[in-house]
Write a protein that binds this ligand. Structure first.
Ligand code: SAH
Length: 385
């Protein structure tokens, strides 16, 4: 690991305004030490951190890139919101974004005048193009461009796609997303495919996954494989187990471990993600995973009431952690192993308190670097009864 200590904000000219990367003034080694200490302090009452899986090349790792478009005195801006404001910083290229994604966003910005497309002005609630989101498949190289417009009509859309693809032939899908509300949400609910299938496919641990514009998908593919591999290792499967993959997104973790389990149940709240998950299982010819679209807490409570058998629980809740109902039902179901994947170490510590009180012990703990230069830490833990 190179000690790339920046003295100022030399790595990123936008650092002062953007505020996306809180650790830009630290060397990568210092960031690693800081994250290790932060997680170790939080988890100290339960056990120790065994390891941190760092990133070999901690730059340009984000494979989902989003640019907000705006206008200022006739100038088009494409980039990110300034800290605590709705002013847009024009970003030429970002230190953590996938470089191809940034280049595509620049091309779109340059194309706007000749297509007479107006960038959206939030104050006046006027203009067509609000955001561009680019998702890049790391292993497949497939690229999806999502144009978020205030209207379902993009003038000269076929020419637009043609010119864009001439510059970037690696684009395999172009989707028009309609967002006509005065909202800070990036995506609206309606998607119109302008080119390709309307989604891209990427691979994790040899399995293929379809990624729709609105579904959750880990943004750092290199580290995601390491995270999932560690989660599978912790699950300790022999082929005989009943596994529950809770907060399952597009079914990635459950499908990745399905070969080693007897049966996998997968529960996720977002219906679009569940649709992707079902398609993913089918595409990978996985037959022993069942998907349920529900609140994970409600589902666990029901399982507990029906006294269902569960050997291994894999849980990967959002930053807010698991609900009390979920944790209490887990204690009733009493799986012999729990693999808790967390993107919020503070809520992980809160939930571990409940689980350890209920008879579990923290056996193993790995930090996986998913977000270099930011303060976020991803942790995977193994708990046993
Ligand atoms: N394991 C997946 C997704 C993790 S992100 C992966 O690695 O890709 C967390 C997921 O929890 C999101 O897909 C989100 O939609 C889902 N979620 C949020 N609240 C939920 C709830 N109450 N019940 C079930 N799923 C929920």
């Amino acid at each position: 690991m190179k000690n790339q200590k920046p003295k100022s904000n030399a790595l990123c000219p936008y650092a002062k305004k953007c505020g996306g990367c809180a650790y830009l003034n630290l060397s990568y080694e210092e960031q690693v030490q800081k994250k290790k200490k932060m997680v170790a302090d939080l988890l100290k009452p339960f056990g120790k951190v065994d390891e941190m899986i760092t990133m070999e090349k901690p730059q340009h790792y984000r494979h989902k890139v989003h640019a907000v478009f705006s206008r200022d005195k006739g100038q088009i801006l494409a980039g990110t919101y300034e800290k605590k404001s709705h002013k847009v910083v024009d970003v030429e290229s970002c230190y953590i974004d996938n470089e191809k994604a940034d280049a595509i966003i620049r091309t779109i910005k340059d194309m706007l005048p000749s297509f007479k497309i107006k960038a959206y002005d939030e104050d006046k609630d006027y203009g067509l193009l609000r955001h561009v989101m680019v998702r890049v498949g790391h292993f497949t190289g497939e690229i999806m461009v999502v144009l978020v417009l205030t209207s379902p009509i993009l003038p000269y859309k076929n020419d637009f796609v043609k010119v864009l693809r001439k510059k970037h032939p690696e684009i395999t899908a172009v989707v028009l997303n309609v967002n006509d509300k005065r909202t800070s949400m990036v995506l609206g609910s309606r998607n119109i495919t302008l080119y390709g299938k309307g989604y891209i496919v990427d691979k994790i641990l040899g399995k293929s996954f379809r990624i729709s514009p609105t579904a959750f998908y880990q943004v750092n593919p290199v580290q995601t494989e390491k995270l999932y591999a560690r989660a599978i290792e912790y699950a300790g499967l022999t082929g005989k187990e009943v596994v529950l993959d809770a907060y399952s997104g597009t079914g990635t973790i459950g499908i990745a471990m399905s070969d080693q389990a007897k049966e996998v149940l997968s529960v996720e709240l977002n219906r679009e993600a569940v649709k992707d998950a079902i398609a993913n299982a089918k595409h990978n010819q996985v037959k022993n995973v069942r998907f349920v679209a529900a609140d994970a807490g409600d589902f666990m409570v029901q399982m507990a009431e029906e006294k269902k058998h569960l050997d291994v629980l894999v849980m990967d809740p959002p930053r807010s952690g698991a609900s009390e109902a979920f944790l209490n039902a887990t204690l009733q179901l009493a799986p012999s192993r729990i693999v808790y994947v967390s993107c919020g170490p503070d809520t992980l510590a809160r939930d571990l308190k409940v689980l350890t009180k209920g008879g579990y012990r923290l056996k193993k703990c790995t930090i996986v670097e998913m977000f270099p230069w930011t303060e976020h830490a991803e942790v995977v833990t193994l708990l046993e009864r």
